[in-house]
Design a protein around this ligand. Structure first.
Ligand SMILES: Cc1cc2nc3c(=O)[nH]c(=O)nc-3n(C[C@H](O)[C@H](O)[C@H](O)COP(=O)(O)O)c2cc1C
Length: 358
């Protein structure tokens, strides 16, 4: 690991930011105490909500941690496409006896500037960005207060943009990843053209000099060994941490990850308007084929439906974000999971160096 990443965590294991409640202060603290690097997810939080979680986390651990921000989206969504989708979801609203949400309730910027101001005023050890690349001024400002910056990328070109803008590291996200694809631009013409993680890490390694944190479908130490061998400095895992008892994910979501009823994951715009990978369920099958490219409008439109489905105990109406490795999830306390991943990583490296891998 590069020296700065080594300062932030003992093991090359990063717990992914997971908006929606999973990466709560309890999970991040457990990861940090065990020698990993955990991220709080501020994407759907208000600036105050984010700051409250930071303060709570600081009360639980003195170890380094990170905060993840969503880059504001350009708001190019076609209002008439959102209106058509609203009509197409009318049956869901009737079924769950819940009105559809206001697609414009985000206020456009989701408090990005206010969050930056807080993080620069009261700095945290690391900040990562998704859905785009911040300006050089923003990254320079974080460098000035000693915060390590990570920009999530899904192509070598996005990695180049992050390097030019002055990021300290890139989080390279493969197509296998659970949750939203972190493309810098949401272009329906590129749907389904994402690159597999191992190939993407090698391509980015040959394109930029920045340290790489690899993310997407990683569930075992042997897979972490593979991405480190391909040129990454650390691995970022989301789905593997979703099932930990400290994770704030909904119990139905946790159980679905290893329920044989859910055999496939797919990318869908059905819940949020931006491609995200989750377990294929009824809602995704029915509405995915015509859901518009309209993030975050669709996210707010479906918020009430998703909450009502969760309240009714109906996993078929929830967004069950999951990476392709979901069946390999192990329900262990986060600290034990970090320890196990580190042991598996050591074993895989030893097997490679003695040539005993089959
Ligand atoms: C439930 C869930 C929520 C996520 N939320 C975020 C987020 O808020 N910010 C972010 O950068 N990535 C988010 N991700 C993506 C992760 O950062 C990471 O790329 C992904 O989890 C890696 O794939 P894996 O789940 O197969 O390990 C989320 C992933 C999941 C599963």
């Amino acid at each position: 690991m590069s020296s700065v990443l080594t300062d932030l965590c003992r093991y090359p294991v990063v717990q992914a930011p997971m908006a929606g409640g999973a990466s709560c202060p309890q999970l991040v603290a457990a990861v940090a105490e065990a020698g990993g690097l955990g991220f709080l997810a501020a994407g759907y939080k208000t600036a105050d909500g984010m700051y409250n979680e930071i303060k709570q986390l600081r009360g639980l651990t003195g170890q380094p941690f990170g905060v993840n921000l969503f880059m504001p989206q350009p708001g190019l969504a076609d209002p008439s496409a959102v209106e058509v989708y609203r009509h197409q979801l009318a049956g869901e609203a009737a079924w769950y006896e819940t009105p559809l949400g206001d697609p414009d309730s985000s206020g456009g910027g989701d408090g990005y500037e206010a969050k930056l101001a807080i993080l620069l005023e009261d700095p945290v050890p690391a900040v990562s960005f998704t859905f785009g690349c911040p300006t050089r001024d923003t990254l320079d400002a974080f460098a000035g207060v000693g915060t390590y910056t990570v920009v999530t990328v899904t192509t070598p070109e996005e990695a180049q943009a992050a390097q030019w803008a002055g990021a300290d590291a890139v989080c390279v996200q493969g197509i296998e990843a659970g949750g939203h694809q972190s493309t810098h631009r949401d272009d329906p013409q590129t749907d389904g053209t994402g690159i597999g993680l191992l190939s993407l890490v090698s391509q980015v390694r040959e394109t930029v000099q920045l340290p790489i944190i690899a993310a997407g479908g990683l569930m075992r130490g042997s897979q972490i060994a593979a991405v480190l061998a391909a040129g990454a400095e650390a691995a970022q895992l989301g789905t593997a941490f979703l099932v930990c008892p400290e994770s704030g994910a909904n119990l139905l979501h946790k159980q679905a990850l290893t329920n044989p009823l859910f055999v496939r994951t797919a990318l869908t715009r059905a819940f949020s308007g931006r491609p995200a990978r989750g377990l294929v369920n009824r809602f995704m099958r029915e509405h995915g084929p015509y859901a518009p490219a309209a993030y975050p409008q669709v996210h707010y439109l479906t918020a009430g439906l998703r909450a009502a489905a969760a309240k009714a105990g109906d996993a078929q109406g929830m967004a069950l974000w999951a990476g392709q490795g979901h069946r390999m999830a192990r329900e262990l306390p986060a600290g034990r999971l970090i320890g196990l991943l580190a042991e598996e990583l050591d074993a895989a490296r030893a097997a490679v160096s003695t040539g005993s891998m089959q």
